[in-house]
Design a protein around this ligand. Structure first.
Ligand code: ZN
Length: 145
């Protein structure tokens, strides 16, 4: 049975194939025959994690900020408050799994937002400065998923 999913702002048709691993080709995501809904979700979480990590390494190699210690990333199903898409908890950035639907630019923006929270827990002047400094343009996050 074919279905549709959105990955990074792009609508993809999911098709089962003889492949051992998922592969995206154009607007088609080929997944192994053995993949059930759980395996597909696991794959999407892995991809989101990879996107976030690669955006983080791009941002941190820009030299605009320096963090002592390590940031962890965790993909979560959802938060108790359904309107929340990401959160900083200690040194861990939690991101809701359906964020994979958003464009790379938006995912990056979410990351910048949470990184800025390392410098200030409130959305105050210090936070906005950190956001601008880290590399985000100051704009509203898309909430619609
Ligand atoms: Zn915030």
């Amino acid at each position: 049975m074919d279905s549709e999913i959105t990955i990074m702002g792009k609508k993809l048709t999911v098709i089962k194939s003889e492949r051992k691993r998922p592969k995206q080709s154009g607007n088609i995501l080929y997944i192994p025959v053995s993949f059930d809904e759980h395996a597909l979700k696991e794959y999407l979480r892995m991809r989101l994690r990879r996107i976030i990590k690669s955006e983080f390494s791009k941002l941190s190699s820009s030299g605009k900020f320096f963090l002592v210690g390590e940031i962890n990333f965790e993909i979560v199903r959802n938060f108790r408050d359904k309107s929340i898409i990401s959160m900083l908890k200690g040194s861990t950035i939690l991101v809701r799994e359906d964020t994979i639907k958003l464009s790379r630019v938006d995912i990056r923006e979410i990351l910048i937002h949470e990184l800025a929270h390392i410098f200030s827990s409130h959305h105050d002047e210090k936070f906005l400065m950190a956001m601008r400094y880290i590399g985000g343009k100051q704009r509203r996050l898309p909430i619609q998923l």
